[in-house]
Design a protein around this ligand. Sequence first.
Ligand code: PEP
Ligand code: CO
Length: 447
Amino acid sequence: MTWNPATWRSKTAAHQPVWPDRAELERIEKELASVPPLVFAGEARDLKAKLAAVSRGEAFLLQAGDCAESFDGFHADAIRDKLRVILQMAVVLTYSSGVPAIKVGRIAGQFAKPRSNPTETVDGTELPSFLGHMVNDMPFSEGDRRPDPHRLVQAYNQSASTLNLLRAFTKGGFADLHRVQAWNQEFVASSSQGQRYANLASEIDRALRFMEATGLSSQHSEIHEAELFTSHEALILQYEEALTREDSLTGEWYDCSAHMLWIGERTRQLDGAHVEFLRGVKNPIGCKIGPATTVDQVLALCDALDPDHEPGRFTLISRMGAKTVGDNLPPLLEAVKATGHPVVWACDPMHGNTFTSETGHKTRHFDDVLAEVGAFFQAHRSVGTWPGGIHVELTGDDVTECLGGSEEVHAKDLGRRYETMCDPRLNARQGLDLAFRVAELLTGEEK
Ligand code: PEP
Ligand code: CO
């Protein structure tokens, strides 16, 4: 029962790469165990306090970013544009609904992917599947697909520079609310959602001017700075263990690779290594739950991962699919409510709605995304619980990966800019569109 950062090693870890060079992996683990932490325990506690407000129904969680970050095309512009759409969505949610939005990126560490099959066969050749840039590379060759532990160091380094830039953007002027109009990038501004956003931004400008004119200073840090926390799926446990540090203030263990970590739908086995590892770190943590999740499983996850009923500690991220969420979620909500566990409930409307288009692209339809979020809200209304947040895959770029949206992406458009490393993401317009719809759901003004 006693926990330490290595106790997961005596359990079975699902969806792990087969590392061909164990000695090199061990050397890299030692190297990573001595590097500076990426985030601090105090920041993780701060996020936990904010998620506690979500668990009480006083705030809303916006968790968003790439399905998988890439070592290629690692540029400041892409990070800025992703931050920009997250800031826009948060402003829409907060201004329209009056509920604070807690921003958590799938960013600065989201480099590892569980896959349905451990191997892929092309023309009779079988190679390991692509498991994200933290493990191997995408091209179908033996060298590219060979799991390489040096990638763990590269993931750490890229996470550090991404986080450095995010800290600069959020604290150094870019995220100032006085610039709320300037976040509306060109290809978004021309769309109907962009126009709607521009109107809302003008109102915010007016409100800020009003505050200043009445002598109510707008010199608060909340106006000039934004707060973006980081998160990723804690899949490769050697990496997570190596970045786990004992907090000098409290003597508690924190996984300092990100503020929040989550367990995927495929690795949430109660007796598995992922649950074992994450139960011992004090960060806020999440767990995905798919359509087949039972009441017993959810209650056992709550007990294993949040035995002390600590508000803000545990987020359940349901990803049931638009068609099943209405039937499958309410019994889980009822059961958790009856135990008094103060969990945050978030809706991932992406992973239960993936299909292959007639053009052969893995895609999702924006209507299904909206339908799942709508049914998620409906389920919470019927049970009397708080629909605490959304968890979405998006990018700031003008990609064509998900169908639909008010500037409709059609199946024939998918090949135009299909750039994801893994799952199809909402583009910035679709992200903004979603934020407006969620704001309507929050205020009960949905059509
Ligand atoms: C993901 O979030 O990219 C993912 C793989 O999700 P899930 O574990 O819910 O399938
Ligand atoms: Co994904």
